[in-house]
Design a binder for this molecule. Structure first.
Ligand code: SAH
Length: 252
């Protein structure tokens, strides 16, 4: 019997939809499977909970979140989205994992911190609502997508001229391989094995190039380091492994 195209499972055809083309269905499934544990501070998402105050303070210090319109791209269960809304920003979170978005939505109802969530690709939202927000954040997500430059371009299109765009991701070198994959996934068991793929890590120079091509100027760069002895994250000048970059859209 030959398999007719129309008998393909729905997930496969959905992944071919233009707005989903720049997404790896295996990556989305990985986050969907864990979604119910998103707000458990001792779960696989413990690192995100622990580093959230650091990145939040850094973003707020540069962009001044109170009263700002923000889109959080790849928001997952909403750890950063909610914390930005608590500081007075009007936040929209977007992701392609419907389970993560459902968890995010429920948590926002429970906590009473209003955030709007939508299942839409960054590229599709940018085409629908260009230059519509003051701040775009996209944390720990670029290293999970097939074409990160396209996400960077979408974030640049979404933000108004003069607005800020923030990214965080993982550098690509031997130290990052040893710490972010061998250390975090195999030695310390901080993250499930297979969370990260070395090939998808992004050097700061590459991210800076994607941003420059999208009309974004670099404002600031910081490393995020983890001390396994004290189990404390801190912002530092060491960008060898985890790092954050702040950009500003060139004013019109
Ligand atoms: N930004 C959040 C969550 C990081 S986990 C935080 O830092 O707290 C990575 C998230 O990226 C997951 O929720 C996953 O579903 C999402 N993701 C992966 N590929 C994506 C894509 N192509 N488009 C939108 N979201 C994506």
């Amino acid at each position: 019997m030959t398999l007719q195209p129309q008998t393909l499972p729905a997930a496969d055809t959905a992944s071919q939809h233009p707005s989903r083309r720049n997404a790896d269905p295996k990556e989305i499934d990985k986050f969907s499977e864990l979604a119910h544990r998103w707000w458990d501070p001792q779960s696989e998402f413990k690192p995100l909970h622990e580093l959230n105050p650091l990145r939040l303070g850094w973003i707020d210090g540069i962009a001044g979140l109170a009263g700002k319109r923000v889109v959080d791209v790849g928001c997952g269960g909403g750890i950063l989205s909610e914390s930005m809304a608590r500081l007075g920003a009007t936040v929209r979170g977007i992701d392609l994992s419907s389970k993560a978005l459902k968890v995010a939505d429920l948590h926002s109802l429970e906590s009473g911190v209003a955030v709007t969530y939508e299942e839409i690709a960054a590229e599709a939202l940018a085409a629908r609502e260009p230059a519509s927000v003051d701040v775009v954040t996209c944390m720990e997500m670029l290293e999970h997508v097939p074409d990160p430059a396209s996400i960077v371009q979408a974030c640049a299109t979404l933000v108004r001229p003069g607005g800020h765009v923030f990214f965080s991701t993982i550098n690509r070198n031997l130290k990052a391989y040893l710490l972010a994959i061998v250390g975090a996934e195999y030695v310390l068991n901080m993250l499930p094995r297979g969370t990260h793929d070395y090939e998808k890590f992004i050097a700061p120079s590459e991210l800076a190039r994607f941003a420059r091509q999208a009309g974004l100027d670099l404002v600031e760069m910081r490393g995020m380091t983890y001390n396994p002895l004290s189990q404390i994250y801190s912002l530092s000048r060491d960008t060898d492994v985890n790092y954050l970059m702040a950009f500003r859209r060139v004013a019109a």
